[in-house]
Design a protein around this ligand. Structure first.
Ligand code: ZN
Length: 175
């Protein structure tokens, strides 16, 4: 049975660390992936990267399906993304690790070429565009230690950081 794992929240510095490649796909990796899906669906979110649950390995899970559609779970082990499209604005991106339900527009590529391994260790390649391409860019950024708030303007970021500081202070007082 899958377990919910605690989601690491900004400004935890571990979110800025670079993750490492997965060597062998062990039972521990399979359990981690199960737990990541469980945690993502419960949150609910459309994607989750391993460092968001404190594991610095190159693993991403996501599901681009809409609310009332059939689930489309995807696992990416050691993903490599090449940006192949034009620069577009991804509207109102958010992240399970970015508190206060903060959302902001981010520049993304309209399409990508993806190379990754599945849970059977099989390497696959795909060309992806649309919403799914945005999710994969967002999630694979986590593996490089990059959050979407690292890609917004300086002023926006400063305003957001001020809000986060106030929020942390309130939390401290309550504790
Ligand atoms: Zn995220």
């Amino acid at each position: 049975m899958a377990n919910r794992r605690e989601i690491v929240l900004y400004p935890d510095p571990s979110l800025g660390e670079v993750s490492q490649p997965v060597g062998e796909i062990t039972d521990d990796i399979r359990t981690l992936v199960d737990d990541m899906f469980f945690t993502m669906y419960e949150a609910p979110g459309v994607g989750l990267a391993a460092p968001q649950v404190g594991v610095h390995l190159n693993i991403v899970v996501y599901d681009p399906s809409g609310k009332d559609e059939e689930k489309k779970p995807h696992v990416l082990i050691n993903p490599e993304v090449t940006l192949t499209g034009e620069s577009i604005v991804s509207k109102g991106e958010g992240c399970l690790s970015v508190p206060l339900e903060y959302r902001a527009d981010v520049q993304r590529s309209s399409s990508i070429h993806l190379k990754a391994m599945d849970l059977d260790g099989k390497v696959f390649e795909r060309d992806i565009d649309g919403y799914e391409a945005i999710i994969v860019q967002h999630e694979t950024d986590h593996l490089k230690g990059t959050l979407f708030i690292d890609k917004i303007g300086r002023l926006r970021r400063a305003l957001y950081d001020t809000r986060v500081k106030k929020w942390l202070k309130r939390k401290e007082k309550q504790a």
